[in-house]
Design a protein around this ligand. Sequence first.
Ligand code: NAP
Length: 327
Amino acid sequence: MAVARQIHLVRRPKGKPVAEDFAVVEAPIAEPQDGQLLAEAVIMSVDPYMRPRLDADQALDAPLLGGGIARVLTSRHPKFKAGDLVRHGAGMQERFISDGAGLAPVVPQAGLPLTVYMHALGGTGLTAYGGLLETGALKDGEQVFVSTAAGAVGSVAAQIAKIKGCYVIGSTGSADKAAWLRDTARLDAVINYHDAPLAQSLAAAAPKGIDVYFENVGGEHLDAALPLMNVRGRIPVCGMISTYNGDRQGVKNLPLMIYKRVRMEGFVASDFNHLYAQFQADMAGWLASGQMQYQETVLDGFQRAPEGLIGLFEGRNAGKMLIRVSE
Ligand SMILES: NC(=O)c1ccc[n+]([C@@H]2O[C@H](COP(=O)([O-])OP(=O)(O)OC[C@H]3O[C@@H](n4cnc5c(N)ncnc54)[C@H](OP(=O)(O)O)[C@@H]3O)[C@@H](O)[C@H]2O)c1
């Protein structure tokens, strides 16, 4: 029987994951039966949300939960044929059998690389779009702060705010990413949070306060933003990556929400499925006009998925971190 590689979690990480927490395992793979198809991974996504799952939800010695784009190799399924590209959530498997559940066709537009469907035109783009415009209720011309602004979600959120005529501050952790945010994404103010105490740099960058803080980091970032929030400010909470490896240092400034009447609300990407058609039309237009720029960090090789996941917590990615498995 043929075999295909899978990425397994072999022990639960203590703090930041390390390579030894994972293994590349060969598993037998059957032929597709009637109503099934065999697909091969093309691009896999590694995402910060995978880290909290490693503590409990992710089964040991089973493929890592996750998604990507795959190509149908052989099909005995009425809706798919060999060569079709599909978005899937089949986890980190080089090849997999599917009955079609959870698969969505991907039809790449001419002139756009397939990888864009994994970030700006994919789930991370929709997260930024819905989180900022719906949960954050962004109004044109407001004062906006986005953390991890050079990351996959953050870079889209920050540029949507620019497109809406806002004054946009972005934070990031490296000089290169800060330069991209200033020179390419054209943010109004950029902070490298390693350079100086964040509360000070943010206060200097936000002379008119903050109406919307698009929260990706938590901890010190949230503490620095709260004193600067304007009355009736909003904090759409997309993520809190600084807490995912178990560092849950207390946020001290939460009481400031009260008199500032700040609304803080979490969300997940699927909350915005009703916006999908409008999101796709807007994003395709912004990409075509050059108003939406992107970076991506693509690691070549299926076996590099753990390296990619670990790298998210070391700031090794500029834009979306992806694993290329096949062409
Ligand atoms: N709610 C949802 O449905 C949803 C969907 C997707 C993502 N998210 C959340 O959105 C956030 C960004 O996700 P993403 O996929 O776009 O990842 P990303 O920003 O592309 O990559 C992660 C980045 O986080 C920064 N980082 C890592 N550890 C940090 C720390 N301790 N303090 C400050 N920054 C740190 C690093 O950038 P620097 O070099 O700039 O530090 C790193 O490159 C995450 O919190 C994620 O959980 C939520």
